[in-house]
Write a protein that binds this ligand. Structure first.
Ligand code: TYD
Length: 200
């Protein structure tokens, strides 16, 4: 069972992943909580490379290094965990590349999907939940911009949020309204995830 949480900056994803993982563990599941980019030792180096705000990074290079991180993550963390029967909950996965690089950077969703699928060896999540907030809420929740992606600007981040909504139907992602109180959003995330888990 492979669950992915997604969303633009300031959507409250970290809080909701914590709540989801706690719920699943309390229900007795073996849960591996992980993230992209940077969950492996090699990936941590790639994450620094990607997010350090040093010299400019070409958009295609950004995509390919995100993909390299995904390849390592799938091989080292996700596939082994799934093979032993664990529930894997990942903070971001391929949908982030489709949205940030495909739409945000304008590289094209189809091209990015092909590269990401190759990197992941075709591994597709069972459930993708997108936390959706309006621009004002995101701006209020977003931390002070520090890394290279956060500094990409308000217009880029609005495009990212819109792309999650636009691509959801095509890719079968469940969009959850994340504007409300934390507990209400957690309940909506569980509604999206639990039917798939219990049907296994
Ligand atoms: P992170 O600090 O994990 O962000 P957040 O707290 O918003 O989840 O940084 C990850 C950044 O990398 C985030 O801005 C999204 C971006 N990203 C991509 O652009 N493409 C990708 O494929 C992935 C996995 C992340």
């Amino acid at each position: 069972m492979f669950i992915v949480l997604e969303g633009g900056e300031g959507c409250g994803k970290s809080t909701q992943i914590g709540a989801l993982v706690e719920h699943l563990r309390n229900a007795g599941h073996d849960v591996v909580a992980t993230f992209e980019p940077g969950a492996t030792a090699r990936g941590a180096a790639l994450r620094r490379f990607l997010l350090a705000d040093e010299s400019p990074l070409a958009e295609r290079a950004e995509l390919l290094v995100m993909a390299a991180d995904r390849a390592q993550h799938v091989a080292e963390v996700v596939r082994p965990a799934l093979a032993r029967g664990a529930v894997v909950v990942s903070d971001r996965y391929a949908p982030s590349s489709l949205v940030y690089q495909g739409v945000g950077r304008g590289l094209g969703v189809e091209a990015v999907a092909a590269i990401s699928d190759f990197a992941a060896g075709g591994l597709v999540p069972d459930v993708v939940v997108v936390l959706d907030v309006d621009d004002a809420t995101a701006a209020a929740r977003r931390p002070v911009a520090e890394d290279r992606m956060e500094k990409a600007g308000a217009e880029f981040h609005q495009r990212v949020r819109q792309a999650y909504r636009d691509l959801a139907a095509t890719f079968g992602w469940t969009v959850v309204d994340a504007r409300g109180a934390v507990d209400d959003v957690t309940a909506a995330v569980l509604d999206a995830v639990l039917p798939t888990i219990t049907s296994r």
